[in-house]
Design a protein around this ligand. Structure first.
Ligand code: BGC
Length: 464
């Protein structure tokens, strides 16, 4: 191969990676905002002297905002494009972080959290969508998983900074430092190219071609991809009207909803939001132990995401998901059994923690990243904005339900049964995965689309 050709190939690869990395930075903000509240809440509660009901509002106002943000960004990203949507998300992150740090009463804080929620909603919608449209098919899975990796790094970062600042109780700093990565995201996003698929959908094929030329190894590859995009744009209807009239598309939308419900009902966020409480149930009564235990949970969540990044484009989505659900079921199930028998020794306490971490590994290596991957892959181009809007909003609504029912479940069912319930759900998800989920490894988005719209069974839409 001539040297200049080789050079341009390498620089295109680096460019693709840079673009994906920047978009994935939106995930970091998502994670920071999910993680930060657990450690900040006790200090906020003391400072503002708020009731537990108000505390629930401070936590869940963000998820409420996120559901709205996800719905709004469907419209926004199809009108203004993925890049501008990400920019608007970044601006909201900056304003929301500053506002929450400077809040002088609970109402102000709750409204700042709604604003941050809007930002998280926009980010959780736009970033995986943009990534799926930019990344070459061979590494599409790992590039979208990179986004999940950033979420987990964000959560860990928030746990760490919360723990470090907890000694002085500086909750304003806990919330305020997030302004820095938010500003970095804002600057970075300005350098991103527009999504070639969005450009083409708007009729600007020349710019779409130029972007693809910069991102793909050869101009033939770029041209082939643009031809495929052109082909999938031949469908006249889009969004809601496509949903109403096309039963094949409806199936993809329902599958997206199911996938996100599955992700949330694994029970992951029970641990993300209530980790210190779970450590307490397992017999660790000291707050410092609980805080550091939570940091370890965050760290394992980051590390195990690398397993997914390694497996997703090799093993594929389906086997990785099945293994993950199995590991989660075992972790939750054993934890439930231990709580049923009673945790009476230090050895048993540590074994319980090991089971908790096993659950985290199961999630991070599978449902965490792979659900985002699949949701952005299964929708046809003309219905992508609509389909992903619905699935992302489902993620946040299910997230809110899981978060809001955990303490009630513990009180009404008891500790053991609550964990068994989640273990049972994870077993059920293995069956659902086998029956309904497609394998989308190594096939182009346009190929998946052709299979879907020609009426192939959902689990077969990734077949070549
Ligand atoms: C989920 C979040 C979860 C996070 C944990 C994401 O994929 O959507 O709800 O808190 O993973 O790492």
């Amino acid at each position: 191969m001539p040297d200049n050709k080789k050079q341009s190939r390498t620089s295109n690869k680096a460019m693709t990676f840079f673009v994906c990395f920047l978009a994935a930075l939106a995930g970091l903000l998502f994670g920071l905002d999910i993680g930060v509240i657990a450690g900040a809440l006790p200090f906020i509660a003391k400072d503002f002297n708020v009731t537990s009901h108000q505390q629930e509002w401070i936590v869940s106002s963000m998820m409420f905002g996120a559901a709205i943000g996800a719905v709004g960004s469907g419209w926004m990203s199809s009108r203004l494009g993925r890049k501008k949507s990400l920019m608007i998300g970044a601006v909201l992150f900056v304003i929301g972080s500053l506002w929450s740090a400077l809040s002088t009463n609970p109402e102000m804080l709750i409204s700042a959290r709604v604003l941050l929620g809007l930002a998280v909603g926009v980010a959780s919608y736009t970033a995986p969508l943009y990534l799926s449209e930019i990344a070459p098919e061979k590494i599409r899975g790992s590039m979208i998983s990179l986004y999940q990796l950033m979420i987990t790094i964000g959560i860990l970062g928030a746990y760490l900074s919360d723990t470090a600042l907890s000694y002085s109780g500086e909750w304003r700093w806990m919330l305020g430092v997030i302004t820095i990565p938010a500003a970095l995201l804002l600057i970075g996003v300005c350098f991103l190219p527009n999504s070639p698929r969005w450009l083409a959908a708007k009729g600007d094929f020349r710019t779409a071609q130029r972007v693809l030329d910069r991102l793909r190894d050869t101009s033939e590859q770029a041209k082939r991809e643009l031809d495929e995009i052109r082909e999938s744009l031949k469908i006249k209807q889009s969004g809601w009207s496509l949903f109403k009239d096309n039963s094949h598309f409806r199936r993809a939308v329902y599958l997206g909803v199911l996938l996100q419900v599955m992700q949330q009902f694994t029970g992951m966020n029970v641990i993300m939001y209530y980790a210190p409480k779970i450590f307490e149930i397992a017999g660790f009564t000291n707050t410092t132990e609980q805080m550091w235990g939570t940091v370890i949970v965050g760290l394992i969540n980051v590390l195990a995401t690398f397993i997914a990044i390694g497996l997703v484009d090799r093993w594929g989505r389906k086997p990785t998901l099945i293994l993950g659900f199995l590991v989660m079921a075992l972790g939750m199930g054993t934890l439930g059994t231990m709580l049923h028998i009673g945790i009476h020794s230090v050895g048993a306490q540590y074994f319980a923690v090991a089971m908790l971490l096993m659950f985290i590994i199961g999630f991070a290596m599978s449902a965490g990243p792979l659900i985002w991957v699949l949701c952005s892959e299964i929708q046809p181009l003309k219905g992508r904005d609509f389909g992903i809007t619905i699935s992302t909003a489902t993620n946040w609504i299910a997230n809110m339900i899981v978060g809001a029912t955990f303490l009630t479940l513990l009180n009404s069912l008891g500790n053991a049964d609550t964990f068994w319930l989640y273990a049972g759900l994870n077993v059920f998800f293995i069956i659902l995965t086998l029956a309904l989920i497609p394998e989308t490894k190594n096939v182009s988005l346009e190929h998946i689309e052709r299979n879907l719209l020609s009426g192939k069974k959902l689990r077969d839409i990734g077949q070549r």
